[in-house]
Design a protein around this ligand. Sequence first.
Ligand code: HPA
Length: 277
Amino acid sequence: MPDGKNLVEKLRESESVLRDKLGDYSPEIAVVLGSGLGPLAQRIEDAIFIPFADVPHMKTSTATSHVGRFVAGILGGKRVICMQGRLHGYEGNTAQEVAYPIWLMGAIGAQTLITTNAAGAINESYEVGDFCIMKDHINFTGRNPVAGASPNNIASRFFSMYEAYDLKLRKLGLSVASELGIPVHEGVYLGLLGPSFETAAEIRAFRTWGADTVAMSVCEEVIAARHIGMRVFGMSMCTNMACGIEGANPTDEEVLEIAKHREADFCLFIQTLLQRI
Ligand code: HPA
């Protein structure tokens, strides 16, 4: 989906197909489920499944463990639309293609975005399996979905990224985690294009910049969400220590194994957070 004058028209076409498939159902909260976190979608009641491939102008997921469909229904008592699997830059998608489903979910009425991912922990006080609520991010992908002529037709291209991660939702997330006895941190997330994992030297550099976690997603989605004024909550599952920390040498298999191991707590956390919103 190259940037062109007709991004708005494309969104309208996608929106009309999505609305058709959803019927009377109007989601209020968008949820993006990251690597290995897709099983939460199985808990959605009265689920409507819409493969990305059935929505015009949407790219499809190619990453391991990313199913590649929207699942709309009730979760934690709220009307949600989940992306079971996301689109990454490292799959060859442009920043706008990564952002497209976020603009789309916003267009059909979602006012809040909950985005999740698996991440490496840069902060040495974190442990594998801990959760980390994003308090801010460093977009080190080198890209921005709002660059180009056409996103300016969706909303103004100049917008603030101050407190991009909603303060009230962050506080709520911390209190939900403490209520459930789930270990959680609040940290700065650094997003990269990938797909190679980082070098140990990069991780040391990122630590001096104030980054606590690192992965290959989220930043472009959050920029798109803020572009259209959605409230954002972001949370990582720390599936591994980042490269070089006590000899860590992360692999995709390790990421998926730990995500599976921590899946139950993750699902419980997101469901309870939704109940409290
Ligand atoms: N680096 C980048 N992406 C990741 C990592 C990591 O250590 N863990 C999970 N996704």
